[in-house]
Write a protein that binds this ligand. Structure first.
Ligand SMILES: Nc1ncnc2c1ncn2[C@@H]1O[C@H](COP(=O)(O)OP(=O)(O)OP(=O)(O)O)[C@@H](O)[C@H]1O
Ligand SMILES: [Mg+2]
Length: 312
């Protein structure tokens, strides 16, 4: 496995003069306000792709600094070596809005993105798309196995899911529902999309002034309550959703995935602190406060330790 060096911006980008994508002007999918914009032909920083589409994705209204989570999650994805769309911070100097700026992950015209929910509905016509109460790994496996058997999907999908569960467990993502993962189709077949929509994580719904004094026990209790969106099996009497238990279950079902998952976690804990400290220097209206940074780091360190203990 390889870790991906992150693309690191030197300054926050101001997108006020960037071309808006009229087609995605009011983006129809999802809960948070977002627009699509095109980077200039000569971008202000080499980490940006010239003329490429980016999603300008704001925070939920009640959590103004939530968008930072998308950027931190990208850095964590790089550390683990799992694919997450590059995410930056940006603002619009005409409106004063700060948001995450996320690289578009497929090529228009040549490729098409299909959310897993669209495909799962075909397997299970009673799939409850609104709440995703039937989102489960057994159906996900049926879908991905069928694509692999038809030679449309070459990716080791079991490893992909274990890696995704590992990533979600480390950032504490509770929102990987059927429309927050999917497949990119191209003329020769398909591949899983990079892990997008990672902002419902990292304790974003807690205010640092209320959690800064938490004891280790309080932190542990909070982490233990975190669940993944997917469950293992619809028939389980008690839905299996705890981040750690779900990951363990997946690795026991697919033992070949264990060693790569172990290797992904095998970085010095200090890397967690290093990998996103630079974000606090970026100057936009809604900054990453040191209190928010400290809380995210505390959660990450603890979750990293808990995950590592699964591999002893
Ligand atoms: N980097 C990207 N490249 C291409 N398409 C994307 C990208 N990020 C998101 N999308 C598309 O936009 C849709 C909405 O984005 P996303 O899931 O991040 O936001 P959301 O669902 O509104 O977030 P939330 O539910 O947390 O408010 C996705 O379902 C996907 O179809
Ligand atoms: Mg989404």
């Amino acid at each position: 496995m390889t870790r991906n060096p992150p693309k690191i911006q030197i300054e926050a980008f101001d997108i006020a003069e960037w071309e808006m994508d009229a087609e995605f002007g009011v983006f129809p999918q999802g809960a948070r306000a977002k627009e699509a914009v095109f980077a200039p032909a000569q971008p202000p920083d080499t980490v940006l792709l010239p003329g490429h589409r980016y999603l300008f994705k704001r925070s939920k209204r009640s959590y103004p600094d939530q968008f930072w989570g998308e950027v931190v999650a990208y850095r964590i994805g790089c550390l683990l070596g799992v694919e997450v769309p590059p995410a930056f911070v940006a603002w619009n100097s005409k409106t004063g809005i700060s948001a995450a700026l996320i690289e578009w992950f497929y090529v228009d015209g040549r490729e098409a993105f299909v959310m897993a929910g669209d495909l799962l509905l075909k397997i299970r016509p009673d799939f409850d798309r609104d709440l995703g109460t039937r989102h489960n790994m057994k159906d996900n496996s049926v879908l991905l196995r069928a694509l692999a058997q038809a030679k449309l999907l070459q990716t080791n999908w079991r490893q992909w899911w274990v890696d995704s569960l590992l990533f979600d467990a480390l950032i504490g993502n509770t929102d990987r529902h059927q429309d927050n993962w999917g497949l990119i189709f191209h003329p020769e077949g398909c591949r899983p999309a990079p892990l997008f929509d990672n902002g419902t994580s990292l304790g974003h719904e807690r205010f640092p002034d209320r959690v800064g004094h938490w004891s280790d026990q309080e932190l542990n209790r909070y982490i233990a309550k975190g669940t993944h969106h997917v469950r293992w099996n619809l028939d389980d009497a008690v839905p299996l959703r705890s981040h750690l238990v779900l990951l363990e279950r997946a690795m026991s079902e697919w033992p070949d995935t264990y060693s790569v998952a172990k290797e992904r976690l095998d970085f010095p804990a200090a890397e967690l602190a290093h990998c996103f400290a630079d974000l606090m220097t970026l100057n936009i209206p809604v900054r990453l406060s040191s209190e928010r940074h400290t809380f995210m780091l505390r959660l990450l360190n603890r979750r990293h330790a808990l995950l590592r203990s699964l591999f002893k």
